[in-house]
Design a protein around this ligand. Structure first.
Ligand SMILES: NC(=O)c1ccc[n+]([C@@H]2O[C@H](COP(=O)([O-])OP(=O)(O)OC[C@H]3O[C@@H](n4cnc5c(N)ncnc54)[C@H](O)[C@@H]3O)[C@@H](O)[C@H]2O)c1
Length: 436
């Protein structure tokens, strides 16, 4: 099948490459000409494990191509929209400018029987508006608009795309359902459930899922605070809870608050949708507020670990991305943490295996270093902000030798308390008894 992907970012590029790998003929279009030129040179503009090889193999075999202009759209049976839907400045609604602009651009070029399939995360009713635009611009055509939200996680995106827990298809049109089923047919061996629902239901499933995951994280973060107050260990509480099949162990890892390109903006957009419809989502409201406070509060942990002041001191931050195995720093908890440390008078040295280029524009005052040990040089404290594998087995003796004072603030709980004690570090973690 001939498929076009509008937007070659984290979702568009991964989805396009995976569809090509399924055997479809895929064109990825992005208005960022620099990005397309890089892709055509074989350079992958984002960090995603396995993506370089997947793109190379499929371009080599002639199933995947990249274009800056709207080429081949008229030949495509399915055109996916995978452009960004960031938070709108000022009010927190999803900014749908990119989506509607993309639809207006492709409208005159679409084949009359094409499907327009929205992979971008869009509020309920966006599909209706897309349909309205297409009807206006293409009264001649029978173009169907389908919602097919994407659930992949950055850092494990290819695995997630090829082994999804479910595929959600929002359309009531039988032909459109059959075409989408055909696109995903190569996954049938893995037998992922395909859920056929109305377009509005599909749009809401995505937001409800993300808000629920954000709630789970925020719940365990608050339990972590309680653990610190009462002398319990949140790691064990989470394990004791998570072994209950009704609860599940995932997303029960306490930390510095959720961040990233999806949860903050999607919880905010869901709240706006609910407000617009006169519905109170008080749990999601609380999740969003608690999380915002938490991100900045992490700096207070560092201050406490350094005896009440960071002024004139140096703090090394390990990990700048919102999670490991990505270079994405959008809404990373490391940003408010570092901003607060700067505000409090600290100098910050930073290291991240993949995210430093992206971080530089947002955090220009950080001194960027070549390795964790380099960042730790002369530091009064190390803060582990992202649980990259390479931070899990640091040479503690070496670290201690280069630091000014042996203090570690582990916001991801990746170390054992006894190990840190043996190495003679002052160790501060999240929600763990027996720790400072
Ligand atoms: N990143 C994730 O992990 C993830 C997971 C699931 C869903 N989503 C959703 O998928 C959507 C895309 O997210 P992303 O992280 O891939 O965004 P991104 O910013 O990485 O990529 C979007 C791309 O679209 C391009 N673009 C914008 N307007 C265009 C147009 N008119 N024509 C062609 N290209 C255009 C941009 O240049 C950019 O390269 C969002 O709605 C997001 O919420 C993201």
């Amino acid at each position: 099948m001939r498929v076009t992907m509008i937007g070659a970012g984290y979702v568009g590029l991964v989805s396009g490459a995976c569809f090509a790998d399924f055997g479809h003929q895929v064109t990825c279009i992005d208005k960022d000409a620099g990005r397309i030129a890089a892709l055509n040179r074989g350079e992958i503009p984002i960090f995603e494990p396995g993506l370089t090889d997947l793109v190379a193999a499929n371009t080599h075999q002639g199933r995947l191509e990249f274009a800056a202009a709207s080429s081949r759209i008229g030949e495509a049976e399915a055109v996916f929209i995978a452009v960004g839907t960031p938070s709108r400045r000022g009010d927190g609604h999803a900014d749908l400018t990119f989506v509607y602009d993309a639809v207006r651009e492709i409208a005159p070029l679409l084949s009359p029987a094409a499907l327009v399939i929205t992979k971008s995360t869009v509020p309920v009713g966006t599909g209706d508006e897309i349909e309205h635009i297409l009807r206006e611009k293409r009264p001649d055509a029978e173009i169907q608009v389908v919602s097919n939200p994407e659930f992949l996680r950055e850092g494990a995106a290819i695995q997630d795309f090829k082994h999804p827990d479910r595929i959600v298809v929002g359309t009531e049109d039988a032909r459109a359902r059959a075409v989408v089923a055909e696109i995903y047919r190569p996954l049938y061996l893995n037998a992922p459930p395909i859920i056929y629902v109305s377009r509005r239901t599909a749009e809401l499933i995505k937001y409800a899922a993300n808000a629920f995951l954000a709630t789970k994280i925020t719940f365990i973060n608050e339990i972590a605070d309680l653990c610190e107050a009462v002398g319990a260990d949140v790691q064990e509480v989470a394990r004791g809870m998570g072994l209950d099949n009704r609860i599940g162990a995932k997303f029960l890892h306490p930390g510095p608050g959720f961040g990233g390109s999806c949860f903050p903006k999607d919880t905010s957009a869901l709240l706006k949708t609910a407000q617009d419809h006169g519905v109170a989502l008080r749990i999601v409201e609380a999740v969003s507020a608690v999380n915002e406070q938490r991100k900045r509060a992490m700096a207070r942990k560092v201050v406490a670990a350094l005896d009440g002041s960071v002024r004139g001191k140096t703090v090394a931050v390990f990990g700048l991305t919102f999670k490991p195995n990505t270079d994405d720093i959008r809404d990373s908890p490391a940003i408010p943490l570092i901003t607060a440390l700067h505000d409090l008078g600290a100098a910050v040295r930073g290291y991240d295996p993949a995210g430093m280029e992206q971080a530089k524009s947002q955090l220009p005052a950080v001194q960027y270093c070549d390795s964790a040990y380099d960042a730790a040089k002369g530091a009064h404290a190390v803060v582990i902000a992202t649980e990259w594998e390479q931070f899990r087995a640091l040479d503690l003796a070496r670290l201690k030798r280069v630091m000014a004072t042996p203090v570690i603030v582990d916001l991801r709980n990746i170390y054992r308390v006894d190990e840190m004690r043996r190495a003679d570090f002052r160790y501060v973690a999240v929600g763990r008894a027996g720790v400072d």
